[in-house]
Design a protein around this ligand. Structure first.
Ligand SMILES: C[S@@+](CC[C@H](N)C(=O)[O-])C[C@H]1O[C@@H](n2cnc3c(N)ncnc32)[C@H](O)[C@@H]1O
Length: 137
């Protein structure tokens, strides 16, 4: 997938803000429940791909505390709040175009919510899966 294939890339600011707010309101409870189920806790490393407005990023930062770290990636970081949290690193990039951003370290918790239908997107999902499987410990 590339930015050219991201159908909401050219949304007007207000329209995109409304869309991301609606997604957050609808899906955050379930996202947090699932991440809680896998046991996200202090000291963990976490990754959010497609951070939107950053609500899950902030929530994960609280769970992993200052001993842990959250990396949040989005092609468009203008809507992400709380970017100054001490255990959060926000990266603005198109994950389909720049491969070097993928963390070398294992990840314990991960939320991937960007729109992913192309072959590149599926390949990236495999890469993310490998990061998780290395992270068991
Ligand atoms: C459905 S929103 C997810 C919002 C948030 N994770 C949530 O659960 O509320 C998808 C996000 O993926 C981002 N995105 C889409 N394509 C991307 C790409 N190629 N690289 C990085 N981020 C991308 C969008 O900018 C958008 O913020």
């Amino acid at each position: 997938m590339s930015s050219q294939n991201y159908v909401f890339q050219d949304n007007q600011h207000d329209t995109e803000h409304i869309r991301l707010s609606a997604i957050q309101d609808e899906f955050d409870p379930d996202s947090c429940r699932r991440l809680s189920q896998i046991g996200i806790a202090a000291g963990w490393s976490a990754l959010e791909v497609g951070a939107g407005m950053g609500s899950i990023m902030s929530w994960m930062a609280e769970q992993v505390s200052v001993q842990g770290k959250v990396v949040a990636v989005d092609i468009n970081t203008r809507f992400i709040k709380n970017t100054n949290l001490p255990n959060v690193e926000v990266r603005c990039l198109d994950i389909a175009k720049k491969k070097s951003w993928i963390p070398r370290a294992s990840m314990y918790a991960m939320l991937v919510t960007y729109y992913c239908t192309s072959a590149i997107g599926k390949r990236l999902l495999k890469t993310f899966g490998n990061l998780l499987s290395q992270g068991v410990g």
